[in-house]
Design a protein around this ligand. Sequence first.
Ligand code: NAD
Ligand code: MG
Length: 391
Amino acid sequence: MAPEAGRKRRISILGSTGSIGTSTLDVIRQLGGRERFEVLSLTGNGNIDLLAAQARECGAALAVTADEKRYAELKQALSGSGIEAAAGRQALLDAASAEVDWAMAAIVGTAGLAPTLAAARRGADIALANKECLVSAGELFVKAVATGGGRLIPVDSEHSAIFQALEEDQRHAVERIVLTASGGPLRTWTREAMADVTVEVARAHPNWSMGLKISIGSASMFNKALEMIEAKHLFDVRPEQIEVVVHPQSIVHSMVGYVDGSVLAQLGAPDMRTAIGYALTYPDRAPLDVERLDFARLSRLDFEAPDEERFPALRLARVALQRGGLQGAVMNAAEETAFHAFVEGRIRFLAMADVVEAAMDRLSHLPPATSMEDVFAADEEARRVAAGLIG
Ligand code: NAD
Ligand code: MG
């Protein structure tokens, strides 16, 4: 949604206290802060001090914590600021439904689906970091954004790269899209070594600094698996048009191959602020203080085929794409459940893929979703099945 001439752009940041959220606030600061943007709402969960500090700095009208029990703490932290405080699930949905021009969807996991949908239905342009929305709700989510009248602008670095390399009037000439994957911290590990990897080692990404879930997802390559499904829905390509290549330097963020053999890529330093800035200023580009690539110093860019034996998540994404229907929702929910079990020490690293595969097989009979209720029901059912498998 474009603001009328002269009016500041009204925005909200769902998940402002996370890795993407804080980078989004930095981009907003760099692009003029309060001079250019009116922040209607910021939302967070457990990090009340940060949420309150952010709201004060950007002059937000409202700050919401999803955690109902933290209301008094948030109210106290905002006292004297004139910023409204609210807490709980309904408050989060109300904040997401505010009339804004642009909403950053940066809540992690399925918790982000309902608030992002609320923002989409209200007609905001959706800057989508929360890939889980598209993986679970697929076309229904894309339709909700279109019906609301806003634009869906990817923030995930790979999808931002593809979005930038896609020639709008040449979509029919796209042959393939190539998602790059860093391979994560376990890229060169044997399967035997992966079996014993700890959370501390698995979360230490070599190139990107990110939230815990996506960091573990990079180590297992479940993040790339979710991104394959995200790409299918964002770019309306067939599963066989989606390729993954491992590129350890994370400089080429992804590529689009055309029918004439040309491949267009987007490159940059591994810094999410470039993709966030593009989502905020699209179709324009604005100057950002991020690292510039020095090609002489880079000297080489490596590419290698992914290993689906060590990283079965990639194979499971193909299965989900082939089966279609609610398999994305099942895969996403089972993966989130398995991720929590791994970080809590209840299952080992490699068991995450086993749980997801078993849950997908167990729920492969679900008919395609006809409404968001079907998506939420499949999500719940998959969590129940995955929890049962974990024991
Ligand atoms: P994070 O864990 O750093 O932050 C998550 C945010 O969600 C926080 O603001 C947190 O308060 C909020 N949150 C957590 N649980 C919540 C709940 N139950 N209800 C409401 N809010 C809740 O995560 P992140 O790394 O910033 O990732 C956010 C999203 O962006 C994810 O979907 C991730 O896959 C995607 N993404 C992240 C990166 C990255 O570089 N971090 C890159 C691409 C895509
Ligand atoms: Mg990504």
